[in-house]
Write a protein that binds this ligand. Structure first.
Ligand SMILES: NC(=O)c1ccc[n+]([C@@H]2O[C@H](COP(=O)([O-])OP(=O)(O)OC[C@H]3O[C@@H](n4cnc5c(N)ncnc54)[C@H](O)[C@@H]3O)[C@@H](O)[C@H]2O)c1
Length: 386
């Protein structure tokens, strides 16, 4: 019989809903060695969190995360709050001996990220950052192809993450547009994802340069917000984060990288895409066609061309748990797959991936990009062990 693991979750809107769904669905689809018990959900507004607990199936609720992390009946704390509260919740959870599962970006800045990494190391708990895109079957399959060396020596990693949800100047100044709560704009929100893909698939980044712009500098303050939707109020405030960033990178293995992220690419809703070019082939992926991976092999002689692999066979990563080949899966399945990976790792006494140490490496890249956005120079990426 599977053992239980007791989950406490902070934040109940966009990611809180996605993670609640993942915790509930994982034992339905996977033979998980640990079965989650949805013990308690936390939010500051009692009416809102009570309604969320009932709707998402949590046994109880708290209105203070401090109370949640102190509870003896919780083994793992899942953090889905805006970035400014990640560090204090994660550190307190680790100090109370809880495993930590935390949304990206790990922290507001490198100092906070180091403090989180120190706390989990000292506590000896397991930890994972929610770079859930790794757990699209197509991307885990891409990682297998990279590990097999099938692309040869890597020359280029070229990535975009394009959205358009704030093109409208009447869209209000939500927490994601406020440096005090978000730390940065498209950089920490979108670039963090493609930097994670780069570090995972290609390797460590040595140095970066970057430039950024805030296209709309003042907006109405919100009267109501959650996730990527909001209503504008009366007062106006200043946008204190980047709307778009373009960055160049040099990898330790000699490859060159380009990263472009924006919330102003009209027509692109969640357009995350990358291409990797090596001496023996190329790979490309597009988040809006997430069941597919495109592969080109230089060994195909006079039949050169990208082939589109439909990554839905039961032999593909995670797909044996889902539907028959060709029956597509969606964005929320990456959340369920990553929760399965987390549970399987804890049960096997193995550190899940990406761990908070991987999140720290990611933060070091974002930090160097941020410095370059300010002074226009190239910056070395601080080396992190872990
Ligand atoms: N992995 C992904 O693809 C992905 C996508 C979106 C957001 N995120 C990350 O998830 C995190 C949350 O983003 P979101 O879109 O869910 O935000 P959201 O605004 O939809 O929800 C934030 C939640 O946190 C709660 N909250 C805020 N401060 C709190 C506090 N001090 N104590 C308790 N609850 C508090 C809010 O009440 C709300 O329930 C962010 O770090 C974001 O970067 C990740």
């Amino acid at each position: 019989m599977s053992k239980k693991i007791r989950v406490g979750m902070v934040g109940y809107k966009f990611m809180g809903k996605a993670h609640s769904n993942a915790w509930r669905q994982v034992p339905v689809f996977f033979d998980s060695p640990l079965v989650p018990e949805l013990k308690a959900i936390c939010g500051r507004d009692e009416e809102g969190v009570k309604a969320a607990a009932e709707k998402y199936g949590w046994e109880s609720y708290e209105t203070s995360w401090k109370k949640l992390v102190e509870r003896d009946d919780i083994d793992i704390v899942d953090i889905n709050t805006p970035n400014s509260s990640h560090a204090e919740i994660a550190i307190a959870a680790a100090e109370h001996g809880k495993h930590v599962f935390i949304e990206k970006p790990l922290a507001m800045n490198i100092e906070e990220a180091k403090r989180i990494a120190d706390a989990v190391r000292k506590a000896g708990v397991k930890h994972m950052v929610s770079f859930n895109y790794r757990r699209f079957p197509a991307l885990t399959f891409a990682k297998q192809i990279m590990n097999e060396g099938r692309l040869g020596k890597i020359f280029h990693f070229r990535a975009l993450y394009l959205q358009d949800w704030i093109v409208d100047p009447d869209f209000p100044l939500v927490w994601r547009l406020d440096k005090k709560t978000a730390g940065s704009g498209a950089l920490g929100d979108l670039c963090a994802h493609i930097v994670d893909m780069a570090l995972w698939l290609v390797g460590d980044i040595k140095s970066v340069s970057a430039t950024a712009e805030t296209f709309i500098k003042k907006r109405k303050l919100p009267s109501q917000e959650g996730g990527l939707s909001a209503k504008a109020g009366e007062k106006t405030g200043e946008v204190t984060v980047d709307d778009a960033v373009i960055s160049l990178a040099r990898f330790e293995n000699g490859a060159l990288g380009t990263f472009e992220v924006t919330r102003f690419a009209i027509g692109h809703k969640n357009g995350g895409a990358f291409e990797i070019n090596g001496s023996k082939g190329s790979l490309r992926f597009n988040l809006e066609r997430m069941n597919e991976l495109e592969l080109l092999s230089a060994e195909d002689g006079d039949e050169q061309g990208f082939k589109t692999i439909l990554v839905t066979e039961s032999t593909h990563p995670f797909m044996a748990a889902w539907w028959p080949p060709g029956h597509m899966i969606g964005w929320e399945h990456s959340q369920i797959n990553q929760v399965y990976h987390l549970l399987e790792s804890i049960a096997a006494d193995r550190m899940p991936e990406p761990s908070i140490y991987d999140g720290l490496k990611n933060q070091a890249v974002l930090e160097a990009m941020g410095r370059s956005m300010e002074d226009g120079r190239w910056h070395e990426v601080e080396k992190m062990d872990g």
